[in-house]
Ligand binder design. Structure first.
Ligand code: FE2
Ligand code: FE2
Ligand code: FE2
Length: 163
C-alpha cells in the first residue's frame, strides 16, 4: 500500500526536522537569539511527537526483547561497518572534522551496543540504575556520573542524567 511507504517517508521527515530544529536552536542560542531558539525547540518537540505517532501506526515497535536485539544490530552495524568506512573516506578526503565526528560517534555506538547487550542479558531482572549522557559526544554511562568522559575527556559537569 502506498500509505505504508508514505508513513515511512513522513516518519523520516519528522525525525530529520526534529534534529534540524534542535541544531537551529543551538545556532540561535549562540547568536543570543533566545526567543527564536525556544521556538525551534518547541517545534522540534512537536515534530518528535509526529514521528512517534507515525511510528506507532507503522507498528514497528515490537516487544522489548525484539527491540533491544534490533537496537544492538543497528549499533553494531554502525561501529563495525558504517563509521569505519566513513572515517576512512573522511581521511582520504582530508575532512578532519567529519572524521573526528564519525570517530566520536563510532566509539559511543560501541558503548551503546555493550549497554544494550548487558540489558538484554538481564532483561526483567536488572536493578534500576541511572544513565548519564555526555552532552559533548553522546557517551552514555551507566551508574554514577563519571569524573571525565572516557570518549571526549569532557568534565563531569557536561554529563546529563537521563530521566
Ligand atoms: Fe511535523
Ligand atoms: Fe548509538
Ligand atoms: Fe564525551
Amino acid at each position: 500500500m502506498k500509505t505504508d511507504e508514505n508513513l515511512k517517508v513522513a516518519f523520516e521527515g519528522e525525525c530529520k526536522a526534529y534534529m534540524k530544529y534542535n541544531a537551529f536552536a543551538r545556532a540561535a542560542e549562540k547568536e543570543g537569539q533566545r526567543q527564536i531558539a525556544k521556538l525551534f525547540r518547541a517545534i522540534a518537540e512537536a515534530e518528535k511527537i509526529h514521528a512517534l505517532n507515525h511510528f506507532t501506526v507503522m507498528g514497528e515497535s515490537g516487544k522489548v526483547e525484539q527491540n533491544t536485539t534490533s537496537a544492538i544490530d543497528g549499533e553494531t552495524y554502525e561501529f563495525t561497518q558504517m563509521y569505519p568506512a566513513f572515517i576512512r573516506q573522511a581521511e582520504q578526503d582530508s575532512h578532519s572534522r567529519a572524521a573526528a565526528s564519525f570517530r566520536g560517534a563510532s566509539a559511543v555506538e560501541k558503548i551503546h551496543g555493550g549497554l544494550l547487550s548487558d540489558a538484554l542479558a538481564s532483561l526483567g531482572r536488572s536493578k534500576e540504575e541511572d544513565y548519564y549522557v555526555c552532552t559533548i559526544c553522546g557517551n552514555t554511562v551507566r551508574g554514577a556520573m563519571p569524573d571525565k568522559c572516557s570518549v571526549c575527556r569532557a568534565t563531569s559537569d557536561k554529563f546529563r542524567l537521563v530521566e
